[in-house]
Design a protein around this ligand. Structure first.
Ligand SMILES: [Zn+2]
Ligand SMILES: [Zn+2]
Length: 141
């Protein structure tokens, strides 16, 4: 997992402007495991940064994704979630409370199965695996 300084270095290398807001977004995302949504991040940051907007958040997130620092998860059609862990893993979304959990996946095995199942597929480079259901807390209610 990257540190804020690494993130700044990566952005600088790509010629991106380093603004106070971008640094704040990096700080807020660094090392996080809870996959905050754009709205959550906005709520957390808008107190300290009155000029922060959702548009700034989305455009910065786009920049961070292109730089390989985060993943933007499209697991939910209502909102996007940000994940600073870009190593391959799947995600589980509780459809009742919206909690999001990491799930380890064997990418190599899945790719092998997929390529073996269809001769037209020569090579797979990337996949997003989403699971939907209910978390234990929600099932108890
Ligand atoms: Zn739940
Ligand atoms: Zn994740």
């Amino acid at each position: 997992m990257w540190a804020v300084d690494d993130g700044i270095a990566v952005l600088r290398e790509r010629g991106a402007k380093i603004t106070a807001q971008r640094i704040a977004i990096l700080k807020q995302l660094q090392g996080r495991k809870d996959h905050p949504s754009a709205e959550t991040l906005y709520k957390e940051l808008s107190g300290d940064y009155s000029t922060m907007s959702l548009a700034t958040l989305y455009s910065t997130a786009q920049l961070l994704e292109e730089a390989g620092l985060i993943k933007i998860l499209s697991i939910d059609d209502k909102r996007v979630y940000f994940d600073p862990d870009t190593k391959t893993h799947g995600h589980f979304l509780c459809q009742k409370c919206g909690k999001l959990f990491d799930i380890p996946v064997d990418e190599e095995a899945i790719f092998k199965t997929a390529t073996a199942a269809n001769n037209d597929i020569a090579q797979i480079e990337h996949t997003e695996i989403f699971f939907y259901g209910m978390c234990t807390d929600c099932l108890k209610i």
